[in-house]
Design a protein around this ligand. Structure first.
Ligand code: THU
Length: 139
């Protein structure tokens, strides 16, 4: 995979930031946005959508991923993912979202998110190593 230009990552972070404006988060008031960059340069965004039953809340990253599969099919060529929030807080993707990402992104896809000391950017394999892979028997 060719390296992603810093300007492109910056644009992706901006798209994620814009998506926070559409979040439905009346319970936590934590507005999260995610943006997926595809190998053709296109972008799909998502925001968190909460529910009064709390447990049915769906994170921005998963909403972006499911939206992309719904709109573009099950083999997305995602080269980068940006996650951010309106509070300017450190916000690495949650464990559930990492598991769902592992189904659709390659190990070298770049993930960028606000860390404790500013933006952190790393390959997916670094935030989710030793991914569970079930290989069903074919007989
Ligand atoms: N949230 C996300 O959207 N992504 C994450 O990776 C972590 C948490 C949302 C879920 C909930 O609506 C709010 O942030 C507070 O947890």
């Amino acid at each position: 995979m060719s390296a992603i230009h810093p300007d492109e990552l910056e644009q992706l972070r901006r798209a994620a930031q814009e998506a926070t404006a559409r979040a439905y988060a009346p319970y936590s008031r934590f507005h999260v946005g995610a943006a997926l960059l595809f190998d053709d340069g296109s972008v799909v965004t998502g925001c968190n959508v909460e529910n009064i039953s709390y447990g049915l809340t769906s994170c921005a990253e998963r909403n972006a991923l499911f939206r992309s599969v719904s709109e573009r099919g099950p083999r997305p060529k995602i080269v980068a993912i940006a996650v951010t929030n309106a509070a300017g807080a450190a916000c690495p993707p949650c464990g559930a979202c990492r598991q769902v990402m592992s189904e659709f992104v390659t190990e070298d896809a770049v993930v960028t998110f606000p860390g404790e000391g500013g933006w952190e950017t790393m390959p997916f394999a670094q935030i989710f190593p030793r991914t569970f892979r079930f290989v069903p028997e074919t007989r």
